[in-house]
Design a protein around this ligand. Structure first.
Ligand code: FAD
Length: 484
């Protein structure tokens, strides 16, 4: 019987200059950028927190070219930072300062390879923009349900590598649950063709799940087979003022029960968030007349065009009004009205950028613990940093709250406030973990949460992660310094 030997870092077999020349040849002139003005947009992150360096931005147009690039890097020990739409929020898609490897951008790999409506699958290049995949699915009269604020520019390889969540997780799951097969270029340059469109496949380890959520540290995703669903024919969108966060969890249970489990979106918005959005973003309308502390944006959808969801929604909301869970509510009468409600939600994070420094927490707790979490975490940060402004919003139906803190209005510089980042993280994350929650619900670890990962994950979990990393990428060339 063969014994499995742990992989050892191999000594470079190719000199750097030869490797870079091979890479340049593999991607052609359109795939190689080294002028400072061309590489600069790839080297700064979405939130303006990080800038980095690289020898070149390399943009292969095929899986074979990616394999040639990675193979040359492996032979010469050159680091690789994969990048999709560069919309990630944890600094994982931008190299560190002084990095002398390559930034591997997938943006030229943007072809929908195949759609199989009867199998309900779509096969795509990793560089396809998420909105383009949604549109291609819609053209085939199908739904690809992954949906998030950055969908016009994020790319599916990035979505899978971060195991993105978004606004439809409640019904359809996150990116991991939407992928059936993957094609991955491994850190040694070999191609793993796992592009299977199967609902059932128990042949050994589920390799695809290693690469989903790995944030580019285990290989480069080049293609994927994704699940499609019937397009919803009946969509109802409501906006409700609620008594308190406990009313949100109670109402969710009633809505699921009373509408045949048709809730697809369930977002919580605080009044303070609505106020800053009205203040900073044009064309936003306050949906209700009164002022209340907390609101819900609710979306129901189902395949039945007969319109049965509207009366079911009205029934649940009326009863919740009677019971005092809901204080006021409106149901969108048109697609335009529904879009306006979603715009309010989607613009809230941008509005917060006008409010000075922001310390963000993308956390999850069991849905039933959300009210406790909001109460305890708000009290704790207000005690730890008097004057801090809490903007807690997001995917409450998944127990996922973006617990964002804006700097106090007076007495703080942005720099001094951001200097409190680690201390505030610890205050919030301790509460999250005490409730059995996660310190990163959907954005990943990147570089921002590395220390938190080590602090909160058990030695056994960290050991398993490091073992996997060492087995797949013994030289540590894939997205060096991220996650672990
Ligand atoms: C306005 C806004 C709203 C957002 N809303 C949400 C939300 O609701 N839910 C959510 O989950 N996220 C959200 N995000 C975060 C972000 O959009 C997601 O993390 C998204 O999945 C990243 O995709 P990307 O193509 O931009 O990846 P990038 O930012 O380019 O990369 C992200 C990570 O994946 C790696 N990577 C990228 N492509 C590949 C590949 N092909 N192979 C291997 N590794 C790769 C990178 O190295 C990096 O570590 C939001 C961001 C913005 C700006």
């Amino acid at each position: 019987m063969n014994e499995v030997q742990p992989s050892q870092p191999a000594a470079p077999t190719l000199d750097r200059a030869t490797a870079l020349a091979r890479i340049r040849e593999a991607v052609g002139p359109a795939g190689w950028l080294d002028a400072p003005e061309d590489v600069a947009p790839h080297l700064a992150d979405q939130r303006g927190l990080f800038t980095g360096a690289c020898a070149a931005v390399v943009r292969p147009a095929s899986t074979e070219a990616v394999a040639a690039v990675v193979g040359a890097c492996a032979a010469a020990g050159i680091g690789i930072v994969p990048q999709g739409g560069n919309t990630g929020l944890v600094g994982g898609s931008v190299p560190f300062p002084g990095f002398d490897g390559i930034l591997l951008s997938l943006i030229r790999m943007n072809t929908v390879r195949a759609i199989d409506p009867l199998n309900n699958t779509i096969t795509v290049d990793a560089g396809c923009i998420l909105a383009d995949i949604q549109a291609a699915a819609a053209e085939a009269d199908r739904l690809f349900p992954l949906s998030l604020g950055a969908e016009g520019s994020c790319r599916i390889g990035g979505n899978l590598s971060t195991n993105a969540g978004g606004v439809n997780v409640l019904r359809y799951g996150n990116a991991r649950e939407l992928v059936l097969g993957l094609e991955v270029v491994l850190p040694d340059g070999r191609v793993w063709d796992g592009l299977r469109g199967l609902r059932k496949d128990n042949t050994g380890y589920a390799l695809k799940h290693l690469f989903v959520g790995a944030e580019g540290t285990l290989g480069v995703i080049t293609g994927a087979v994704l699940k499609l669903f019937p397009r919803p024919r009946d969509v109802q969108t409501a906006f409700a003022a609620i008594r308190d966060p406990a009313a949100a969890t109670e109402l969710l249970a009633r809505l699921r029960e009373g509408t045949g489990d048709s809730v697809t979106g369930y977002e919580i918005l605080p009044r303070v968030g609505i106020d800053i959005t009205l203040q900073h973003v044009p064309d936003i309308v306050d949906p209700l007349d009164g002022r209340y502390d907390q609101y819900l944006l609710i979306e129901l959808s189902g395949p039945d065009a007969a319109g049965g969801l509207r009366p079911a929604l009205e029934t649940v909301l009326e009863k919740a009004l009677e019971d005092g869970l809901v204080l006021d509510a409106t149901i969108a009468e048109s697609t335009a009205q529904a879009r306006a409600l979603w715009k309010l939600r989607e613009e809230l994070p941008f509005a917060q950028t006008h409010e000075g420094g922001s310390i963000k927490h993308d956390v999850a707790v069991p849905v039933s613990r959300v009210p406790d979490f909001l109460r305890e975490a708000t009290a704790a940060v207000e005690a730890a940093l008097p004057g801090v402004r809490v903007f807690a919003f997001g995917h409450v139906g998944d127990g996922n709250i973006h617990f964002n803190l804006s700097e106090p209005k007076q007495g703080w510089t942005t720099q001094a406030f951001l200097g409190e980042w680690e201390r505030m993280n610890r205050v919030v994350h301790d509460i999250v973990v005490s409730m059995g929650g996660s310190i990163s619900a959907e954005h990943g670890i990147g570089r921002i949460k590395k220390a938190e990962l080590v602090h909160y994950r058990s030695p056994v979990e960290l050991d398993l992660m490091r073992t996997l990393k060492a087995a797949l990428d013994p030289q540590g060339i894939m997205n060096p310094g991220m996650v672990l």
